[in-house]
Design a binder for this molecule. Structure first.
Ligand SMILES: O=C(O)c1cccc(C(=O)CC[C@H]2O[C@@H](n3cnc4c(=O)[nH]cnc43)[C@H](O)[C@@H]2O)c1
Length: 233
C-alpha cells in the first residue's frame, strides 16, 4: 500500500493506532465503537503492568516488522476513581507508576530517587486537550492516572496515594506498562479510563462494570476521529 492509497501526504506515515486493554470485555467495549475504523486496532494484553508492557511491545514490534508501524498507543479500560462516580470518563495527563521503588524507614522512595528509570510518562498535551474536548471530559477529570500492581483495598492506602499524588484522578493496573513499551518504541501514548469503582475499601459487589464499559464505548466513539487524525508535531 502506498502513501497515496491511505490518503496521507507522500512520505508521511499514516496514522495507525494501537489500543491496549487488560481483558477481553474491555477490548470488546472499545471495539464496539470502532467498526469502520481500519487504522485502529484493539488488543487485550492482560492484567497488570508487566503483561501490559509485554503485550504492547509485542504488538508494536510485529507492526514495525510488517512495515506498518503504529503512530499512537492508548491504554484503555475501567479503573478506580478517586473522587468521581462510576461511569465517569477520565483522561490521563500523566501516567504514573505508584508502587515502583523502595520502602525505607523514612517512607517510600520512587525508583527515580534510587537512580533508575522513570515513574511518569506524559501524553502529548495537544492530544489530551483534543480527547477531553471530543469526549466532553471536564477539566477535573483530566489528571494523573496511577498504575498499581495491587488494587487499593483500604481507606488508609487510598488516602496515602491521594496525598502522594495530589493530581491523581484514577488508579488502574496497566497504563505505565503500556507507556513503557510505547516509549521504548518512541511512540506517543495516552490513557483513557472509565470509572467502575471508588478507590478505597474493597467492595467488589459495588463495582459498576457495566456502566464503566458502556462509558468506555461512548468515549471511544467520540475519540476515534481525534485518534485517527492527531499528529505529533
Ligand atoms: O468481571 C467482569 O465482567 C469484568 C469486566 C471487565 C473488566 C473486569 C476487570 O476486573 C478488569 C480489571 C482491570 O480493571 C482495572 N481496575 C478497575 N478498578 C480498579 C481499581 O480500583 N484499582 C486498580 N485497577 C482497577 C485494572 O486496570 C484491571 O486490569 C472485569
Amino acid at each position: 500500500m502506498t502513501d497515496t492509497d491511505t490518503g496521507a501526504q507522500p512520505g508521511t506515515a499514516h496514522a495507525r493506532v494501537l489500543i491496549a486493554t487488560a481483558v477481553p470485555a474491555e477490548r470488546d467495549a472499545v471495539a464496539r465503537a470502532l467498526h469502520d475504523r481500519p487504522a485502529i486496532d484493539v488488543v487485550a494484553v492482560g492484567v497488570g503492568p508487566a503483561a501490559a508492557a509485554a503485550g504492547t511491545a509485542t504488538a508494536l514490534t510485529t507492526a514495525e516488522l510488517a512495515g506498518d508501524p503504529y503512530t499512537l498507543v492508548v491504554s484503555a479500560g475501567i479503573g478506580g476513581g478517586f473522587s468521581t462516580p462510576p461511569g465517569t470518563v477520565l483522561i490521563a495527563d500523566a501516567i504514573t507508576v505508584a508502587d515502583l521503588g523502595a520502602e525505607t524507614p523514612e517512607g517510600f522512595l520512587p525508583v527515580t530517587e534510587l537512580g533508575f528509570g522513570t515513574v511518569t510518562h506524559r501524553p502529548p498535551a495537544s492530544l489530551v486537550r483534543d480527547l477531553a474536548a471530543a469526549t466532553g471530559t471536564a477539566p477535573a477529570a483530566v489528571g494523573t492516572v496511577l498504575t498499581v500492581s495491587t488494587v487499593t483495598g483500604t481507606a488508609d492506602r487510598a488516602a496515602l496515594l491521594a496525598r502522594r499524588h495530589p493530581g491523581a484522578v484514577a488508579e488502574a493496573m496497566e497504563g505505565f506498562g503500556v507507556a513503557e513499551a510505547a516509549a521504548a518504541h518512541d511512540v506517543p501514548v495516552a490513557e483513557i479510563r472509565a470509572v467502575s469503582n471508588a478507590v478505597g475499601p474493597r467492595d467488589r459487589a459495588a463495582w459498576r462494570i457495566g456502566d464503566a464499559l458502556a462509558a468506555l464505548t461512548d468515549a471511544f466513539g467520540k475519540s476515534a476521529p481525534v485518534l485517527e487524525s492527531w499528529k505529533n508535531t
